[in-house]
Write a protein that binds this ligand. Structure first.
Ligand code: AP5
Length: 213
C-alpha cells in the first residue's frame, strides 16, 4: 500500500495514519514528526526547519524532497507507506512521482480528509501532546485521564509551538494556497478520495478503509 493523506492542519491526518499503518503493515511517514524530532535533537536540519515551523510556513521544497528520498530509500520504505504531511506543494508532488517511478512504483491512492476551518481552529487549540512518547490528546474529544499528564508515561503534556491561534490561522492560509491545489492534481490522476473528517475518529477510519477496498 502506497497511500498519501492530504488535509488541512488538524484534519486528523496523523490520528488516521497511525491506525492505517498498523492495518496495512507499512510505515507511517510523517514529515512533521521527522522535523520536530530534528528540532528536538538540535540537528542541522532541525535548526533550518524550526523558524518555518514556528511561523506556520512550509519548509523549503529541496530540503523536504531530500528528506523524503532518504526515508523512502530505507529498507522499510520499500514495502509501502502511509505519507502524512507530504507532499504539500506541486513541486513536492511531482518530486514524489519522479522518485517512485525511479523504483518502478506509484502512489496507489490519495485520501483527502475534509474539515471546516472553524472546527480545525478549535481542535488545534485544544490539542496537547506528550513530549516524551509523542502521544496526542485533545482536551475536547480525547482528554487524558489525569489532567495535564500523559496516560502512557505520566509526562507533563505540552501545547505544540505552532498550535497558538495566530500560527494556526497562518497554517490554514498556507494550506489553502499551496496544498489544497494538490487535490486537483490527484483528481486528474484518478487517485483522489475525499472523506468527511467531522465524524468520530473511528468512523473516519472505517470510511477510509471502505473507500480503499
Ligand atoms: P505537520 O505536523 O504535518 O502539521 P499539520 O499538517 O499542520 O498537521 P497536524 O499535525 O497539525 O494535524 P493532523 O491533520 O495530523 O491532525 P491530528 O491527527 O494531529 O507539520 C508541521 C509543520 O512542519 C508545517 O507547518 C511545516 O512548517 C512543516 N512541514 C511538515 N511537512 C512539510 C512538508 N511536506 N513541506 C514543508 N513543510 C512541512 O489531529 C488534530 C487534533 O484533532 C488532535 O488533538 C486529535 O486528537 C483531534 N482529532 C483528530 N481526529 C478527530 C476527529 N475525527 N474528531 C475529533 N477530534 C479529532
Amino acid at each position: 500500500m502506497r497511500l498519501v493523506i492530504l488535509g488541512p492542519p488538524g484534519a486528523g491526518k496523523g490520528t488516521q495514519a497511525i491506525q492505517l499503518a498498523e492495518r496495512y503493515d507499512v510505515p507511517h511517514i510523517s514529515t512533521g514528526d521527522i522535523l520536530r524530532q530534528a528540532v528536538k535533537e538540535e540537528s542541522e536540519l532541525g535548526a533550518e526547519a524550526n523558524s518555518y515551523i514556528v511561523a506556520g510556513e512550509l519548509v523549503p521544497d529541496d530540503l523536504m524532497l531530500g528528506l523524503i528520498k532518504m526515508r523512502l530509500m530505507g529498507v522499510d520504505g520499500r514495502k509501502g507507506f502511509i505519507l502524512d504531511g507530504f507532499p504539500r506543494t506541486a513541486v513536492q508532488a511531482e518530486g514524489l512521482d519522479g522518485l517512485l517511478s525511479s523504483f518502478d512504483e506509484k502512489v496507489d491512492a490519495v485520501i483527502s480528509i475534509e474539515v471546516d476551518s472553524k472546527v480545525l481552529v478549535r481542535r488545534l487549540s485544544s490539542r496537547r501532546v506528550c513530549p516524551c512518547c509523542g502521544r496526542n490528546y485533545n482536551l475536547l474529544s480525547s482528554p487524558p485521564q489525569r489532567p495535564g499528564r500523559c496516560d502512557q508515561c505520566g509526562a507533563k503534556l505540552i501545547q505544540r509551538e505552532d498550535d497558538k491561534e495566530q500560527t494556526i490561522i497562518n497554517r490554514l492560509e498556507v494550506y489553502t494556497e499551496q496544498t489544497a491545489p494538490l487535490k486537483e492534481f490527484y483528481k486528474n490522476k484518478g487517485l483522489l478520495k475525499q472523506i468527511d473528517g467531522q465524524v468520530s475518529v473511528e468512523e473516519v477510519f472505517q470510511r477510509i478503509i471502505k473507500t480503499l477496498q
